[in-house]
Design a binder for this molecule. Structure first.
Ligand SMILES: NC(=O)c1ccc[n+]([C@@H]2O[C@H](COP(=O)([O-])OP(=O)(O)OC[C@H]3O[C@@H](n4cnc5c(N)ncnc54)[C@H](OP(=O)(O)O)[C@@H]3O)[C@@H](O)[C@H]2O)c1
Length: 198
């Protein structure tokens, strides 16, 4: 993939005032390093999967050093999407934390992301859930809550649909800088649901 050519065009959009800021998505550290080696305008943000089971600590630190805002998509684990499942919302540990704080699991997830300093993109088509998702201020998670979340096993959505033997990234590990993590949705389920969506 011609990353340099694409980024130069993004920079041109910024210079012409067509975009107030330009950023990237699903970039791990290596790809960001490569981009920063030629970018005249660094990306303002990097949008990646972040939730209590996909914590992105290394990437967050890297982005912070480089002045790139980490932006969390699927903060609730992307339940209902083809590439994930309900394991975050069904987590007994998160349910217990939610009960202890008198909040919902969704609020715990979004508050946790917010406390990491990331910006959050939670999606809902339901007005009461949108209101619930905004109600994450005026309270905080305790050190013990943070410790419990840090101890959760890490996983991420199923990204098989983004890789192909003839594409720029041939395996999911390559897409994520060689870091192998279990996928929250099985390959078969992921493809079946994508077919249904199409
Ligand atoms: N850049 C990328 O590659 C990328 C990848 C994935 C997603 N994204 C973006 O990130 C945003 C969010 O990600 P996402 O939709 O994958 O996952 P998410 O925000 O983690 O979860 C969304 C799901 O949770 C449900 N939900 C929302 N609030 C809830 C609550 N309070 N309680 C229970 N369920 C709740 C929603 O259903 P209802 O609508 O019925 O409430 C929806 O099914 C989207 O706008 C998406 O476009 C970007």
């Amino acid at each position: 993939m011609d990353m340099k050519g694409v980024w130069e065009e993004m920079e041109e959009c910024h210079r012409r005032g067509l975009a107030r800021a330009v950023g990237v998505s699903n970039f791990a550290c290596k790809k960001l390093e490569h981009l920063l080696s030629f970018a005249r305008i660094p990306p303002a943000a990097n949008q990646v999967e972040v939730h209590p089971y996909c914590r992105q600590n290394k990437l967050r630190e890297f982005c912070r050093e480089k002045g790139i805002q980490l932006c969390a998509y699927s903060p609730l684990g992307g339940n209902g999407t083809p590439w994930a499942n309900n394991s975050v919302m069904d987590s007994p540990v998160l349910k217990q934390i939610a009960q202890d704080r008198g909040k919902t699991v969704a609020q715990v997830c979004i508050r946790w992301v917010y406390e990491q300093g990331d910006c959050v993109i939670a999606k809902s088509f339901n007005e009461s859930r949108m209101r619930e998702n905004l109600d994450i201020f005026g309270w905080e998670l305790t050190d013990d809550d943070h410790r419990k979340i840090s101890d959760l096993p890490e996983s991420r959505g199923n990204y098989n649909f983004l890789v192909h033997e003839s594409g720029p990234y041939k395996t999911v590990e390559e897409l994520w800088d060689g870091r192998s993590l279990p996928a929250t949705a099985s390959k078969r389920r992921s493809f079946r649901l994508i077919d249904e969506h199409l």
